[in-house]
Write a protein of this length. Structure first.
Length: 449
């Protein structure tokens, strides 16, 4: 075995050099691979190169030691020279390939400084994100005082006639799935928050989630069970205490609602009724047409901006939302139509140090119609095989949220959101826009019971 290794060691070295060069190809030309393979190949290409070099070193060391023990010094020296020539030639070939590949350099943060000089102050992350994955939903309360719990006909119809479809909608929806069966959902991120803005009593929030009870399970303590049409549960509560409601849909599912805001009974119950109507309206298409295509449309993010919003979205924009009571968790949306196939690159940097905190890459939706504006949800639009690489492990896979790595920072800080577009026909991306936001570090609530 040792003799064969010594005689054929140059074949081993040649094989290792060839393997290393082949592993360099997807690094230099990543588009030569199918899009679904790129992340996996790029992740392991460096390991293949390192393994090739180490195997070559091991073969060289073993063969040289064997020959030195047999006092074949000149032959050992000759093998070392041949080994060095092989790897030197491989390095030259790699340099030539890299020259022709013309790999673009990462975008410099200096290019975006001029775009942000006009920003006198950072923007709060309070943009309105639209679509099925949005966790922040504005509601409008009725001006008249309610006397009972409003009806939810679509939810009730689904629970009665199509409970499997309702269950599938809740389990698969990016809006509801992460908070399902979490009894204290309102104390943690990744749940729906409905905002009521009232000029008289100030803002208030209705935290909402679904709960499914199987046989033998009990509704968590602290909730008042109500049904559509029931009188408002006013007895037994002080003027500044509004109970948390569990709307019984007539089957295994409950809609949990928790008001957090001023203790004004009229406005609070008006907001709770408005929240019920909003959720009921979400499932109205499924109740009217209970089939799988309708379910798919409800749970998958749409890309077209509604016609009534076209004038508001005439130019590319980045939207950032931090759901209330969910500090450090964000939803982002790119509103743009590049007009051609390509990739959006979103880089988040510390505004002071220009340190790159997060880099996201996602395929761009495009249309040949310049009047069509398209939406790209983050993290929803990031390919599944890349999502776990760039997003925090502390956030559930089903939650449509991401956090920004902040290092040792504990206080809010300013961050630059730089958007670039790389056309499929070119290798170098061009800058689209930059926005300055005030962001906060994420603190995992599961670590602090």
């Amino acid at each position: 075995m040792k003799k064969n290794l010594i005689v054929h060691q140059q074949c081993w070295h040649a094989l290792c050099c060839l393997t290393a060069l082949l592993a360099c190809l997807p690094l230099l030309w990543p588009r030569m691979l199918p899009h679904s393979w790129r992340a996996v190949v790029l992740e392991y290409a460096g390991d293949v190169i390192l393994a090739s070099v180490l195997i070559s070193f091991v073969v060289l060391g073993t063969a040289s030691l064997s020959m030195l023990l047999r006092l074949r010094n000149l032959r050992t020296l000759g093998q070392l020279v041949l080994w060095a020539l092989q790897w030197f030639l491989s390095c030259c070939i790699f340099a030539l390939l890299a020259y022709f590949a013309d790999v673009p350099a990462p975008p410099s943060p200096r290019a975006s400084q001029a775009d942000t000089q006009h920003e006198s102050s950072p923007l709060p992350p309070m943009d309105l994100i639209t679509g099925p994955s949005s966790l922040v939903i504005p509601i409008a309360a009725n001006a008249t005082a309610p006397s009972d719990i409003c009806s939810a006909p679509h939810l009730a119809a689904l629970e009665k006639h199509h409970p499997d479809l309702l269950r599938a909608y809740i389990n698969k929806s990016p809006r509801w799935a992460a908070s399902l069966s979490d009894q204290t959902f309102y104390t943690k991120p990744w749940h729906v928050v409905m905002i009521l803005r009232d000029h008289e009593i100030g803002p208030g929030f209705v935290h909402a989630a679904f709960l499914r009870l199987t046989d033998g399970e009990q509704l968590p303590a602290g909730y008042v069970v109500v049904r559509s049409g029931d009188p408002l549960p006013l007895h037994g509560y002080s003027e500044d205490q509004v109970p948390d409601l569990a709307l019984d849909l007539g089957g295994a599912h409950y809609l949990l609602l928790a008001w957090r805001g001023p203790g004004d009974f009229q406005r609070a119950f008006s907001a709770l009724n408005a929240a019920i109507l909003e959720v009921d309206e979400m499932v109205a298409p499924l109740a009217k047409k209970p089939d799988l295509p309708t379910l798919s449309r409800l749970i998958n993010s749409f890309t077209d901006v509604p016609d009534e919003e076209l004038e508001l979205s005439a130019i590319p924009d980045i939207l950032l939302s931090e759901p209330q009571a969910q500090s450090g968790c964000y939803q982002a949306q790119i509103v743009a139509n590049p007009g051609e196939k390509g990739t959006y690159l979103l880089t988040i940097r510390d505004a002071s140090s220009k340190e790159t905190l997060l880099s996201l890459e996602l395929p761009a939706h495009f249309s040949s119609n310049p009047k069509t504006i398209l939406l790209h949800d983050i993290p929803g639009a990031i390919p599944a095989h890349l999502r776990r690489i760039v997003l925090s492990d502390a956030i559930p896979d089903k939650a449509p949220l991401f956090s920004i790595p902040c290092g040792e920072r504990t206080a809010p800080f300013d961050a630059l959101f730089e958007l670039s577009f790389r056309p499929a026909s070119r290798k170098t991306p061009h800058h689209v826009l930059t926005k300055l936001y005030r962001v906060a570090p994420f603190s995992n609530p599961n670590e602090h019971p």
